[in-house]
Design a protein around this ligand. Structure first.
Ligand code: FAD
Length: 402
Protein backbone atom coordinates (compact mmCIF):
# COMPACT_ATOMS: atom_id res chain seq x y z
CA UNK A 1 0.00 0.00 0.00
CA UNK A 2 1.53 3.26 -1.15
CA UNK A 3 0.91 5.98 1.39
CA UNK A 4 0.55 9.52 0.14
CA UNK A 5 1.69 12.16 2.58
CA UNK A 6 -0.91 14.90 2.75
CA UNK A 7 -1.75 17.65 5.10
CA UNK A 8 -5.33 18.00 6.31
CA UNK A 9 -6.04 21.19 4.38
CA UNK A 10 -5.34 19.73 0.93
CA UNK A 11 -7.77 16.85 1.21
CA UNK A 12 -11.46 16.72 0.31
CA UNK A 13 -13.33 14.85 3.04
CA UNK A 14 -16.05 12.26 2.34
CA UNK A 15 -17.76 9.61 4.47
CA UNK A 16 -17.10 6.93 1.88
CA UNK A 17 -14.97 6.50 -1.25
CA UNK A 18 -15.98 3.87 -3.82
CA UNK A 19 -13.63 3.01 -6.70
CA UNK A 20 -15.47 1.66 -9.76
CA UNK A 21 -18.95 2.45 -11.06
CA UNK A 22 -19.61 -0.97 -12.59
CA UNK A 23 -22.78 -2.85 -11.65
CA UNK A 24 -21.43 -3.89 -8.23
CA UNK A 25 -20.22 -0.40 -7.27
CA UNK A 26 -23.43 1.31 -8.39
CA UNK A 27 -25.73 -1.20 -6.66
CA UNK A 28 -23.67 -0.96 -3.48
CA UNK A 29 -23.93 2.82 -3.33
CA UNK A 30 -27.67 2.64 -4.07
CA UNK A 31 -28.05 0.18 -1.17
CA UNK A 32 -26.71 2.85 1.21
CA UNK A 33 -29.65 5.17 0.60
CA UNK A 34 -30.82 6.78 3.82
CA UNK A 35 -27.51 6.27 5.64
CA UNK A 36 -26.73 9.96 5.22
CA UNK A 37 -23.28 9.31 3.78
CA UNK A 38 -21.43 11.80 1.64
CA UNK A 39 -20.02 9.39 -0.96
CA UNK A 40 -17.48 9.85 -3.77
CA UNK A 41 -17.60 7.31 -6.61
CA UNK A 42 -14.46 7.32 -8.75
CA UNK A 43 -14.73 5.84 -12.24
CA UNK A 44 -12.31 5.95 -15.13
CA UNK A 45 -15.08 5.92 -17.79
CA UNK A 46 -16.92 9.10 -18.78
CA UNK A 47 -20.30 9.82 -17.22
CA UNK A 48 -22.09 9.39 -20.57
CA UNK A 49 -20.89 5.76 -20.77
CA UNK A 50 -21.94 5.02 -17.21
CA UNK A 51 -25.39 6.49 -17.83
CA UNK A 52 -25.80 4.69 -21.16
CA UNK A 53 -23.30 1.82 -21.37
CA UNK A 54 -22.58 0.17 -24.71
CA UNK A 55 -23.72 -3.39 -25.48
CA UNK A 56 -20.99 -5.71 -24.16
CA UNK A 57 -22.50 -9.04 -25.21
CA UNK A 58 -23.07 -10.24 -21.64
CA UNK A 59 -26.55 -11.53 -20.87
CA UNK A 60 -26.84 -11.98 -17.14
CA UNK A 61 -28.80 -14.87 -15.64
CA UNK A 62 -30.19 -13.57 -12.36
CA UNK A 63 -31.30 -15.65 -9.38
CA UNK A 64 -34.55 -14.84 -7.59
CA UNK A 65 -32.54 -13.33 -4.76
CA UNK A 66 -30.77 -10.93 -7.15
CA UNK A 67 -34.07 -9.93 -8.70
CA UNK A 68 -35.44 -9.24 -5.20
CA UNK A 69 -32.40 -7.14 -4.25
CA UNK A 70 -32.69 -5.14 -7.48
CA UNK A 71 -36.40 -4.58 -6.77
CA UNK A 72 -35.64 -3.51 -3.19
CA UNK A 73 -33.04 -1.06 -4.48
CA UNK A 74 -35.54 0.45 -6.94
CA UNK A 75 -33.23 -0.58 -9.77
CA UNK A 76 -35.51 -3.23 -11.29
CA UNK A 77 -38.20 -0.72 -12.23
CA UNK A 78 -35.67 1.06 -14.45
CA UNK A 79 -35.21 -2.11 -16.52
CA UNK A 80 -37.74 -2.12 -19.41
CA UNK A 81 -39.94 -5.27 -19.25
CA UNK A 82 -39.05 -6.14 -22.84
CA UNK A 83 -35.41 -6.51 -21.72
CA UNK A 84 -36.34 -9.33 -19.29
CA UNK A 85 -36.78 -12.99 -20.24
CA UNK A 86 -37.10 -16.13 -18.14
CA UNK A 87 -35.33 -19.45 -17.76
CA UNK A 88 -37.90 -22.13 -16.96
CA UNK A 89 -35.83 -25.19 -17.80
CA UNK A 90 -32.10 -25.87 -17.87
CA UNK A 91 -30.54 -28.85 -19.62
CA UNK A 92 -26.94 -30.00 -19.28
CA UNK A 93 -25.59 -32.20 -22.08
CA UNK A 94 -22.29 -34.08 -22.23
CA UNK A 95 -20.21 -34.70 -25.37
CA UNK A 96 -22.20 -35.95 -28.35
CA UNK A 97 -24.87 -37.61 -26.21
CA UNK A 98 -28.48 -36.48 -26.43
CA UNK A 99 -28.99 -37.38 -22.75
CA UNK A 100 -29.59 -34.30 -20.57
CA UNK A 101 -29.57 -33.48 -16.89
CA UNK A 102 -32.83 -31.56 -16.62
CA UNK A 103 -33.77 -28.80 -14.16
CA UNK A 104 -37.47 -27.98 -14.33
CA UNK A 105 -39.03 -24.91 -12.68
CA UNK A 106 -42.23 -26.89 -11.94
CA UNK A 107 -40.32 -28.89 -9.33
CA UNK A 108 -39.59 -25.66 -7.45
CA UNK A 109 -43.13 -24.31 -7.29
CA UNK A 110 -41.85 -21.10 -8.91
CA UNK A 111 -42.79 -19.73 -12.28
CA UNK A 112 -39.17 -19.68 -13.46
CA UNK A 113 -35.68 -20.75 -12.38
CA UNK A 114 -34.10 -17.39 -13.11
CA UNK A 115 -34.48 -14.25 -15.18
CA UNK A 116 -32.27 -12.89 -17.95
CA UNK A 117 -31.25 -9.27 -18.45
CA UNK A 118 -28.32 -7.97 -20.50
CA UNK A 119 -25.50 -6.36 -18.55
CA UNK A 120 -25.88 -2.92 -20.10
CA UNK A 121 -29.54 -2.36 -19.03
CA UNK A 122 -28.57 -3.46 -15.50
CA UNK A 123 -25.79 -0.86 -15.44
CA UNK A 124 -28.04 1.77 -16.97
CA UNK A 125 -30.82 1.03 -14.44
CA UNK A 126 -28.41 1.10 -11.48
CA UNK A 127 -27.11 4.48 -12.59
CA UNK A 128 -30.66 5.82 -13.10
CA UNK A 129 -31.61 4.66 -9.59
CA UNK A 130 -28.55 6.41 -8.19
CA UNK A 131 -29.72 9.71 -9.65
CA UNK A 132 -32.71 9.51 -7.31
CA UNK A 133 -30.69 9.70 -4.12
CA UNK A 134 -28.66 12.50 -2.64
CA UNK A 135 -25.17 12.61 -1.22
CA UNK A 136 -23.37 10.83 -4.09
CA UNK A 137 -20.72 12.55 -6.19
CA UNK A 138 -19.54 10.77 -9.33
CA UNK A 139 -15.96 11.66 -10.19
CA UNK A 140 -15.73 10.33 -13.74
CA UNK A 141 -12.81 9.97 -16.14
CA UNK A 142 -10.50 9.63 -13.15
CA UNK A 143 -8.40 6.82 -11.70
CA UNK A 144 -6.88 6.36 -8.28
CA UNK A 145 -3.09 6.61 -8.56
CA UNK A 146 -2.16 6.55 -4.90
CA UNK A 147 -3.78 5.59 -1.63
CA UNK A 148 -2.95 5.03 1.97
CA UNK A 149 -4.41 5.02 5.41
CA UNK A 150 -3.92 5.00 9.12
CA UNK A 151 -6.10 4.00 12.05
CA UNK A 152 -8.40 6.97 11.53
CA UNK A 153 -8.87 7.42 7.79
CA UNK A 154 -8.01 6.25 4.35
CA UNK A 155 -7.16 8.49 1.42
CA UNK A 156 -6.93 8.32 -2.32
CA UNK A 157 -5.07 10.49 -4.80
CA UNK A 158 -6.54 10.83 -8.29
CA UNK A 159 -4.74 11.19 -11.60
CA UNK A 160 -5.69 14.88 -11.74
CA UNK A 161 -3.92 15.48 -8.43
CA UNK A 162 -7.08 15.68 -6.32
CA UNK A 163 -6.93 13.96 -2.94
CA UNK A 164 -9.89 12.53 -1.04
CA UNK A 165 -10.15 11.08 2.44
CA UNK A 166 -12.82 9.07 4.23
CA UNK A 167 -13.22 6.58 7.07
CA UNK A 168 -13.74 3.78 4.50
CA UNK A 169 -12.72 3.01 0.91
CA UNK A 170 -14.51 0.26 -1.04
CA UNK A 171 -12.99 -1.13 -4.25
CA UNK A 172 -15.34 -2.35 -6.99
CA UNK A 173 -12.82 -1.93 -9.78
CA UNK A 174 -13.07 -5.32 -11.54
CA UNK A 175 -11.36 -8.69 -11.14
CA UNK A 176 -8.05 -7.08 -12.12
CA UNK A 177 -8.48 -4.51 -9.32
CA UNK A 178 -5.52 -2.17 -9.02
CA UNK A 179 -6.89 -0.88 -5.72
CA UNK A 180 -6.82 -4.40 -4.25
CA UNK A 181 -3.13 -4.66 -5.09
CA UNK A 182 -2.45 -1.17 -3.82
CA UNK A 183 -3.94 -2.11 -0.45
CA UNK A 184 -1.73 -5.18 -0.29
CA UNK A 185 -4.43 -7.81 -0.62
CA UNK A 186 -3.28 -10.84 -2.59
CA UNK A 187 -5.63 -12.81 -4.81
CA UNK A 188 -5.62 -16.29 -6.24
CA UNK A 189 -6.04 -16.12 -9.98
CA UNK A 190 -6.82 -19.00 -12.24
CA UNK A 191 -6.21 -18.44 -15.90
CA UNK A 192 -8.13 -21.15 -17.73
CA UNK A 193 -6.13 -20.53 -20.91
CA UNK A 194 -9.49 -20.32 -22.63
CA UNK A 195 -11.71 -17.57 -23.93
CA UNK A 196 -15.38 -17.01 -24.00
CA UNK A 197 -17.19 -15.69 -27.09
CA UNK A 198 -20.65 -14.25 -26.46
CA UNK A 199 -23.29 -13.08 -28.90
CA UNK A 200 -27.01 -13.12 -29.58
CA UNK A 201 -28.53 -15.37 -32.23
CA UNK A 202 -31.97 -15.73 -33.78
CA UNK A 203 -33.19 -19.23 -34.60
CA UNK A 204 -36.01 -20.99 -36.42
CA UNK A 205 -37.17 -23.22 -33.56
CA UNK A 206 -38.51 -22.01 -30.20
CA UNK A 207 -36.25 -22.50 -27.17
CA UNK A 208 -39.10 -23.31 -24.78
CA UNK A 209 -37.54 -20.98 -22.20
CA UNK A 210 -34.73 -23.51 -21.86
CA UNK A 211 -31.08 -22.81 -21.13
CA UNK A 212 -28.73 -25.40 -22.59
CA UNK A 213 -25.21 -26.10 -21.36
CA UNK A 214 -23.51 -28.44 -23.82
CA UNK A 215 -20.13 -29.72 -22.68
CA UNK A 216 -18.86 -30.83 -26.07
CA UNK A 217 -15.40 -32.22 -26.43
CA UNK A 218 -12.96 -29.36 -27.05
CA UNK A 219 -15.40 -26.55 -26.36
CA UNK A 220 -18.58 -25.79 -24.45
CA UNK A 221 -21.63 -24.16 -25.93
CA UNK A 222 -24.34 -22.58 -23.81
CA UNK A 223 -27.55 -20.92 -24.92
CA UNK A 224 -29.74 -18.81 -22.68
CA UNK A 225 -33.31 -18.00 -23.70
CA UNK A 226 -34.16 -14.41 -24.61
CA UNK A 227 -37.54 -13.05 -25.70
CA UNK A 228 -38.97 -14.63 -28.86
CA UNK A 229 -36.85 -16.96 -30.96
CA UNK A 230 -33.60 -15.47 -29.81
CA UNK A 231 -30.89 -16.82 -27.49
CA UNK A 232 -27.74 -15.58 -25.89
CA UNK A 233 -24.91 -17.86 -27.04
CA UNK A 234 -21.77 -18.47 -24.99
CA UNK A 235 -18.92 -20.45 -26.57
CA UNK A 236 -15.98 -21.40 -24.37
CA UNK A 237 -12.89 -22.65 -26.15
CA UNK A 238 -9.06 -22.60 -26.13
CA UNK A 239 -7.85 -19.05 -26.80
CA UNK A 240 -6.06 -20.06 -30.05
CA UNK A 241 -9.29 -21.42 -31.53
CA UNK A 242 -11.21 -18.37 -30.28
CA UNK A 243 -9.33 -16.09 -32.67
CA UNK A 244 -10.35 -18.34 -35.58
CA UNK A 245 -14.00 -18.34 -34.50
CA UNK A 246 -13.99 -14.54 -34.14
CA UNK A 247 -12.55 -14.29 -37.66
CA UNK A 248 -15.16 -16.59 -39.25
CA UNK A 249 -17.50 -14.88 -41.65
CA UNK A 250 -21.08 -14.60 -40.42
CA UNK A 251 -22.48 -17.34 -42.62
CA UNK A 252 -19.83 -19.86 -41.59
CA UNK A 253 -20.26 -18.90 -37.93
CA UNK A 254 -24.06 -19.34 -38.12
CA UNK A 255 -23.69 -22.76 -39.70
CA UNK A 256 -20.98 -23.85 -37.27
CA UNK A 257 -23.01 -22.97 -34.16
CA UNK A 258 -26.20 -24.59 -35.49
CA UNK A 259 -24.37 -27.81 -36.36
CA UNK A 260 -22.49 -27.97 -33.07
CA UNK A 261 -25.81 -27.42 -31.36
CA UNK A 262 -27.18 -30.44 -33.26
CA UNK A 263 -29.80 -28.19 -34.93
CA UNK A 264 -31.79 -28.17 -31.65
CA UNK A 265 -32.85 -24.62 -32.47
CA UNK A 266 -32.86 -25.09 -36.27
CA UNK A 267 -30.96 -22.56 -38.40
CA UNK A 268 -29.27 -19.83 -36.40
CA UNK A 269 -28.35 -16.24 -37.34
CA UNK A 270 -25.99 -13.86 -35.59
CA UNK A 271 -27.59 -10.66 -34.24
CA UNK A 272 -25.09 -7.83 -33.75
CA UNK A 273 -21.46 -8.42 -32.87
CA UNK A 274 -19.48 -11.21 -31.26
CA UNK A 275 -17.64 -10.23 -28.03
CA UNK A 276 -14.68 -12.04 -26.55
CA UNK A 277 -13.51 -12.31 -22.92
CA UNK A 278 -10.43 -14.07 -21.49
CA UNK A 279 -11.37 -16.63 -18.87
CA UNK A 280 -9.63 -15.71 -15.63
CA UNK A 281 -11.17 -16.43 -12.25
CA UNK A 282 -10.05 -14.50 -9.15
CA UNK A 283 -10.55 -14.95 -5.42
CA UNK A 284 -9.10 -12.35 -3.05
CA UNK A 285 -7.34 -13.72 0.05
CA UNK A 286 -9.42 -11.35 2.18
CA UNK A 287 -12.33 -9.09 1.32
CA UNK A 288 -11.21 -6.37 3.74
CA UNK A 289 -8.18 -4.50 5.01
CA UNK A 290 -7.66 -1.51 7.26
CA UNK A 291 -10.59 0.80 6.47
CA UNK A 292 -10.88 -0.97 3.15
CA UNK A 293 -13.22 -3.51 1.58
CA UNK A 294 -13.55 -5.34 -1.74
CA UNK A 295 -16.84 -6.04 -3.48
CA UNK A 296 -18.00 -7.45 -6.82
CA UNK A 297 -15.45 -9.03 -9.14
CA UNK A 298 -12.67 -7.28 -7.20
CA UNK A 299 -13.49 -9.72 -4.35
CA UNK A 300 -14.59 -12.76 -6.39
CA UNK A 301 -14.33 -12.93 -10.18
CA UNK A 302 -16.13 -16.05 -11.33
CA UNK A 303 -15.84 -18.24 -14.42
CA UNK A 304 -19.14 -17.47 -16.22
CA UNK A 305 -20.09 -21.14 -16.72
CA UNK A 306 -22.37 -21.19 -13.67
CA UNK A 307 -23.57 -17.58 -14.18
CA UNK A 308 -22.82 -16.51 -10.63
CA UNK A 309 -20.49 -13.48 -10.88
CA UNK A 310 -22.93 -10.63 -10.63
CA UNK A 311 -25.32 -12.62 -8.43
CA UNK A 312 -22.54 -13.08 -5.88
CA UNK A 313 -21.33 -9.49 -6.29
CA UNK A 314 -24.78 -8.13 -5.62
CA UNK A 315 -25.26 -10.34 -2.58
CA UNK A 316 -21.91 -9.27 -1.14
CA UNK A 317 -22.59 -5.60 -1.84
CA UNK A 318 -25.94 -5.86 -0.04
CA UNK A 319 -24.26 -7.54 2.95
CA UNK A 320 -21.57 -4.86 3.24
CA UNK A 321 -24.23 -2.16 2.92
CA UNK A 322 -26.13 -3.82 5.80
CA UNK A 323 -23.02 -3.69 7.99
CA UNK A 324 -22.49 -0.01 7.19
CA UNK A 325 -26.16 0.79 7.86
CA UNK A 326 -25.99 -1.01 11.21
CA UNK A 327 -22.89 0.98 12.18
CA UNK A 328 -24.57 4.26 11.20
CA UNK A 329 -27.65 3.39 13.27
CA UNK A 330 -25.40 2.96 16.31
CA UNK A 331 -23.46 6.08 15.40
CA UNK A 332 -20.40 3.85 15.17
CA UNK A 333 -17.38 3.93 12.84
CA UNK A 334 -18.32 2.50 9.38
CA UNK A 335 -14.68 1.63 8.69
CA UNK A 336 -14.16 -0.34 11.91
CA UNK A 337 -12.52 -3.71 11.38
CA UNK A 338 -15.23 -5.69 13.19
CA UNK A 339 -18.01 -4.88 10.69
CA UNK A 340 -15.73 -5.36 7.70
CA UNK A 341 -14.62 -8.72 9.04
CA UNK A 342 -18.25 -9.80 9.53
CA UNK A 343 -18.87 -8.93 5.86
CA UNK A 344 -15.76 -10.87 4.83
CA UNK A 345 -16.80 -13.98 6.78
CA UNK A 346 -20.39 -13.96 5.55
CA UNK A 347 -19.42 -13.40 1.91
CA UNK A 348 -16.60 -15.93 2.00
CA UNK A 349 -18.98 -18.56 3.43
CA UNK A 350 -21.34 -18.10 0.48
CA UNK A 351 -18.84 -17.44 -2.30
CA UNK A 352 -16.08 -19.99 -1.63
CA UNK A 353 -18.07 -23.20 -2.24
CA UNK A 354 -19.60 -21.71 -5.40
CA UNK A 355 -16.20 -20.54 -6.65
CA UNK A 356 -14.47 -23.87 -5.98
CA UNK A 357 -17.42 -25.88 -7.29
CA UNK A 358 -17.51 -23.85 -10.51
CA UNK A 359 -13.78 -24.28 -11.13
CA UNK A 360 -14.07 -28.01 -10.44
CA UNK A 361 -16.99 -28.31 -12.83
CA UNK A 362 -15.05 -26.46 -15.50
CA UNK A 363 -12.02 -28.68 -14.89
CA UNK A 364 -14.05 -31.86 -15.28
CA UNK A 365 -16.08 -30.77 -18.28
CA UNK A 366 -13.12 -29.45 -20.25
CA UNK A 367 -11.06 -32.56 -19.60
CA UNK A 368 -11.59 -34.70 -22.70
CA UNK A 369 -9.55 -37.72 -21.59
CA UNK A 370 -11.43 -41.02 -21.41
CA UNK A 371 -11.82 -41.34 -17.59
CA UNK A 372 -13.12 -37.78 -17.41
CA UNK A 373 -15.55 -38.42 -20.29
CA UNK A 374 -16.90 -41.37 -18.32
CA UNK A 375 -17.13 -39.35 -15.08
CA UNK A 376 -18.88 -36.50 -16.92
CA UNK A 377 -21.54 -38.79 -18.30
CA UNK A 378 -21.97 -40.66 -15.00
CA UNK A 379 -22.40 -37.40 -13.13
CA UNK A 380 -25.25 -36.27 -15.37
CA UNK A 381 -27.10 -39.58 -15.00
CA UNK A 382 -26.52 -39.47 -11.26
CA UNK A 383 -27.74 -35.87 -11.15
CA UNK A 384 -31.06 -36.85 -12.72
CA UNK A 385 -31.45 -39.76 -10.33
CA UNK A 386 -30.39 -37.85 -7.23
CA UNK A 387 -33.44 -35.79 -6.62
CA UNK A 388 -32.00 -33.96 -3.55
CA UNK A 389 -28.90 -32.76 -5.45
CA UNK A 390 -30.98 -31.30 -8.26
CA UNK A 391 -33.39 -29.78 -5.75
CA UNK A 392 -30.51 -28.14 -3.88
CA UNK A 393 -29.23 -26.47 -7.06
CA UNK A 394 -32.71 -25.27 -7.99
CA UNK A 395 -33.29 -23.99 -4.45
CA UNK A 396 -30.17 -21.92 -4.78
CA UNK A 397 -31.42 -20.39 -8.04
CA UNK A 398 -34.94 -19.75 -6.85
CA UNK A 399 -34.00 -18.75 -3.34
CA UNK A 400 -36.55 -21.16 -1.94
CA UNK A 401 -34.94 -22.07 1.34
CA UNK A 402 -34.05 -18.50 2.24
C1 FAD B 1 -19.29 -13.45 -20.76
C2 FAD B 1 -19.75 -13.20 -19.36
C3 FAD B 1 -21.00 -13.66 -18.96
C4 FAD B 1 -21.44 -13.44 -17.67
N1 FAD B 1 -22.66 -13.93 -17.29
C5 FAD B 1 -23.08 -13.76 -16.03
C6 FAD B 1 -24.34 -14.29 -15.60
O1 FAD B 1 -25.07 -14.91 -16.38
N2 FAD B 1 -24.72 -14.10 -14.29
C7 FAD B 1 -23.92 -13.41 -13.42
O2 FAD B 1 -24.32 -13.27 -12.26
N3 FAD B 1 -22.73 -12.90 -13.80
C8 FAD B 1 -22.30 -13.06 -15.07
N4 FAD B 1 -21.09 -12.53 -15.45
C9 FAD B 1 -20.28 -11.80 -14.47
C10 FAD B 1 -20.64 -10.32 -14.38
O3 FAD B 1 -20.66 -9.72 -15.66
C11 FAD B 1 -19.64 -9.64 -13.47
O4 FAD B 1 -19.58 -10.34 -12.25
C12 FAD B 1 -19.98 -8.19 -13.17
O5 FAD B 1 -20.05 -7.43 -14.34
C13 FAD B 1 -18.92 -7.57 -12.26
O6 FAD B 1 -19.28 -6.27 -11.92
P1 FAD B 1 -18.24 -5.33 -11.15
O7 FAD B 1 -18.95 -4.03 -10.98
O8 FAD B 1 -17.68 -6.03 -9.98
O9 FAD B 1 -17.00 -5.17 -12.15
P2 FAD B 1 -16.90 -4.53 -13.59
O10 FAD B 1 -18.15 -4.77 -14.39
O11 FAD B 1 -15.62 -5.05 -14.15
O12 FAD B 1 -16.79 -2.97 -13.34
C14 FAD B 1 -15.64 -2.37 -12.77
C15 FAD B 1 -15.69 -0.88 -13.00
O13 FAD B 1 -14.56 -0.29 -12.37
C16 FAD B 1 -13.96 0.65 -13.26
N5 FAD B 1 -12.54 0.72 -12.92
C17 FAD B 1 -11.61 -0.24 -13.01
N6 FAD B 1 -10.43 0.18 -12.55
C18 FAD B 1 -10.60 1.46 -12.14
C19 FAD B 1 -9.75 2.43 -11.57
N7 FAD B 1 -8.46 2.18 -11.30
N8 FAD B 1 -10.25 3.65 -11.26
C20 FAD B 1 -11.56 3.93 -11.53
N9 FAD B 1 -12.41 3.04 -12.06
C21 FAD B 1 -11.95 1.82 -12.37
C22 FAD B 1 -14.22 0.08 -14.65
O14 FAD B 1 -14.15 1.08 -15.66
C23 FAD B 1 -15.63 -0.49 -14.48
O15 FAD B 1 -16.63 0.45 -14.76
C24 FAD B 1 -20.62 -12.75 -16.75
C25 FAD B 1 -19.36 -12.27 -17.14
C26 FAD B 1 -18.92 -12.50 -18.44
C27 FAD B 1 -17.56 -12.01 -18.86
Amino acid sequence: MKAVALTEGQVEAYDLIVVGAGPAGLCFVRALEGCGLNTAVIERLPRSMIADPPVDGRDIALTHRSERILRDLDIWRHIPVEEVSFIRHAKVINGDSSYALHFDHRETGKDYLGSMVANYPIRRAAFAALQEISGVELIDERSVVGSGGNGEAVWATLDDGRSLRAPLLVAADSRFSETRRRFGIAARMRDFGRSCIVCRMDHDEGHGDTAFECFHYGRTLATLPLAGRRSSVVITLPSDDAADVMAMNEEAFNRDVAVRFAQRLGSMRLVGKRHIYPLVAVYADRFYGRRFALIGDAAVGMHPVTAHGFNLGLRGAAKLADEIRAARLKDADIGAARGLRRYHLAHDRVARPIYLGTNMLDGLYTDDRQPARFARSALLHLGNMLHPARQAIMRQLTDKAV
